[in-house]
Write a protein that binds this ligand. Sequence first.
Ligand code: NAD
Length: 284
Amino acid sequence: MSAKILNGKEVSERIKTELKDKVSELKKIGIFPGLAVVLVGNDPASRVYVNSKKRACEFIGIESFEYALPEETTEKQLLELVAELNADKKVNGILVQLPLPEQINEENIINTINPLKDVDAFHPFNVGRIMTGNPVFLPCTPAGVMELVHESGIDVKGKECVVAGRSNIVGKPQAMLLLAEHGTVTICHSRTVNLEEVCKRADILVAAVGKPEFIKGSMIKPGAVVIDVGINRINGKIVGDVEFASASEVASAITPVPGGVGPMTIAMLMKNTVKAAELYYSRA
Ligand code: NAD
């Protein structure tokens, strides 16, 4: 079997084009979405992500405000900037690029962002809303994964869904979104016994472990939909958490890396920013 490729680049372009049309309509009624992107330090991968987010804003017509702060920025300074952005009417969404330098407590920063500007959906208010099935913003990467699952044509309802990885930004919220669509969800992690056996049960397998080519074809049920969230840099090349060559022989549909979940995450961030602007103006 050779799997259908779930082309995240193509799907994300479609979503961004729809958003572009929507933003031009919103501007006619005086709604001008704006996103503040805060980068602290010199992490090269973070710089790449921030640049992609800025380019997406430009394409869609979202105003982006970039704050590039030095590595030695203190937590107090960053908290002050977040407070300013919370109060700034032109800023509808605030994104603080993670990871932050070690002198800054990420949780303190996330907890300070106004939940209605928290377009990453990391604030406990938004996490709670996701958990109770009534989200304000969908978490970007998991929401991007769901779009690609839909693209595969599979109905999540009643399916065995396995999420490998339990991080707060991917694994846990991913499980909630699959559950919201009535999947039977199992979350695996580094202490899971017989990971291979559990993965092999999956009709839908989401890999978010952060280990290059960790999930092999032999761990996949024939015909499963496989979504690879992983981004691992190996000798200048980007590979996922799934061994694509062996997995694509077994799966019915699979995402490539790059060009799968990555661009979808950015499209979902843009969607959340437009939603944040609409929410702001509906309350103004
Ligand atoms: P993380 O390191 O926070 O979490 C990794 C998870 O994998 C942990 O919960 C851990 O328990 C689990 N794990 C580790 N070893 C395991 C093992 N042997 N068996 C089973 N589970 C194991 O990582 P994260 O932030 O969730 O990111 C995961 C991957 O996704 C990374 O490669 C990251 O770069 C990528 N990522 C991609 C996007 C995107 O937009 N495509 C967004 C976020 C993260």
